[in-house]
Design a protein around this ligand. Sequence first.
Ligand SMILES: Nc1nc2c(ncn2[C@@H]2O[C@H](COP(=O)(O)OP(=O)(O)OP(=O)(O)O)[C@@H](O)[C@H]2O)c(=O)[nH]1
Ligand SMILES: [Mg+2]
Length: 159
Amino acid sequence: MVGNFKQKVVFIGKGGVGKSTILSLMQGKEISERRDPTIGVAIEQVKLNNSEKITIWDMGGQERFQFMWEDFVKGAGLTVLITDSTEENINFTKGFYERFSRFKGSKVIAIANKQDLPGAINIQNVANRLGVKTYGMCAIDPAKRKEVQAILRQEISEI
Ligand SMILES: Nc1nc2c(ncn2[C@@H]2O[C@H](COP(=O)(O)OP(=O)(O)OP(=O)(O)O)[C@@H](O)[C@H]2O)c(=O)[nH]1
Ligand SMILES: [Mg+2]
């Protein structure tokens, strides 16, 4: 990534897995425990450091918005599949990833969020199942802000 080119990054995943919370974490906003589903899509600029800015397309994950996902990943440099770390959601994410082969044109990584919850499936296990590079996350922990920024910075630099 060069200069101030604003790389498009898309967050995709089922409703409630924590996409918008990860976005808030990256922006240094206060993390609310309140459930506030994204309607359609939220498009936000995020600073990764002093010179790098990216545009995150944070998709609504509820079933009624899922038809939009395929179109919105067009032109994305990086698609981030976000799942919580439950069996049900990992299976959903895997099914979705397999259906949309066009993703393979852009880079795809996964984040297994809610690693703090009891019974969270470990990251290596999630990675094996999804077949994409997977990072663990706990988006409600403000101490994770630098970590998630570093992940995106690194992944974008390798596009
Ligand atoms: N325990 C725990 N809760 C989390 C974590 N990340 C997010 N949450 C909570 O999960 C709920 C849903 O988070 P959102 O970020 O709104 O989920 P979303 O994926 O944006 O949902 P949609 O916009 O409907 O697609 C909120 O109540 C968050 O506080 C986490 O890592 N651990
Ligand atoms: Mg949301």
